[in-house]
Design a protein around this ligand. Structure first.
Ligand SMILES: [Zn+2]
Length: 275
């Protein structure tokens, strides 16, 4: 038994060498969480959605991207001396724009708000002082609920929160041209990251044959539209899916990781709960 355990320990040490300060909450034990140094620990909550992403990408596209952002951010934070703890992703949220497409789960903003505040309370009780939200779902109901929740968490003094909303300044300007055009759903931007992370989930034959849809979701939202179909996306995609590439996906995930780590470093020492 000893030999076997020692062998396993060596195997795990080799496998996780250099990433010992990135912890997945779902894979660790309560005692390891209890023993974290609260000043170094950062909890990261990936937030996505379960919603239609065109005829070529999986329903969990946003969750996949949020987890990739969380992992990339965690690696950077851990290289800077932090201990990053990645939480299980929030995969159910408000998704009004996609609600008419079968399979989409649309949760009321009130529920999302309450859930995130409750998660923060539990994290604070566990000893965490800092929460970072790695978000990659841009439905206005969802974004509104997350902003409200982060405000509440700060106002109540539960935790410090970093929520770099890439649809706002200064973050968005660092992302790809298609993203900035507002065609930021199931096109080249998102398709590239799914190709980089979970290529087996992409229907390439369909993807390569999809005509581009140049409509801007940000403009549609400003014009009072409330669904992908109203915004011109009858098949729940926008942009140019056929131009997606794994290379672009790897690059974008890196940028998202930088953004998350910078947002956390931005609150270190300057507690946003005072804002
Ligand atoms: Zn998406």
């Amino acid at each position: 038994m000893f030999v076997r355990a020692a062998g396993l320990r060596g195997f795990l040490a080799r496998r996780y060498r250099g990433s010992m300060t990135v912890i997945r909450l779902a894979d660790t034990t309560w005692e390891r969480i209890r023993d974290l140094d609260p000043r170094r620990a950062v909890a990261i909550l990936p937030t996505g959605a379960t919603e239609a992403h065109g005829p070529h990408l999986p329903m969990d596209t946003d969750v996949t991207i949020a987890e990739s952002m969380a992992t990339a951010g965690a690696e950077r934070l851990s290289a800077g001396g932090r201990v990053a703890v990645i939480l299980p992703a929030l995969a159910y949220t408000s998704a009004r724009f996609a609600a008419d497409f079968p399979g989409t789960i649309d949760v009321s903003p009130r529920t999302v708000n309450a859930l995130i505040v409750d998660i923060a309370r539990s994290l604070a009780r566990s000893g965490f002082e800092t929460l970072a939200i790695a978000n990659s779902h841009f439905d206005p109901d969802h974004l509104g609920a997350v902003h409200e929740a982060t405000k509440e968490i700060r106002d109540l003094g539960i935790l410090s929160v970093a929520f770099p909303d890439v649809t706002r300044k200064p973050w968005g300007s660092r992302l790809t041209e298609e993203f900035r055009s507002g065609a930021c759903h199931a096109g080249r931007y998102e398709g590239s990251m799914v190709l980089a992370r979970s290529p087996e989930k992409v229907d390439l034959d369909i993807m390569l044959g999809l005509p581009p849809i140049r409509a801007s979701l940000s403009e549609a939202i400003r014009d009072g539209k409330t669904s992908f179909a109203q915004a011109g996306g009858e098949r729940a995609y926008f942009g140019s899916p056929g131009e997606a590439s794994a290379e672009e996906g790897v690059e974008t995930i890196g940028i998202l990781g930088d953004i998350l780590a910078e947002a956390v470093e931005g609150i270190t020492g300057t507690d946003e709960s005072d804002e």
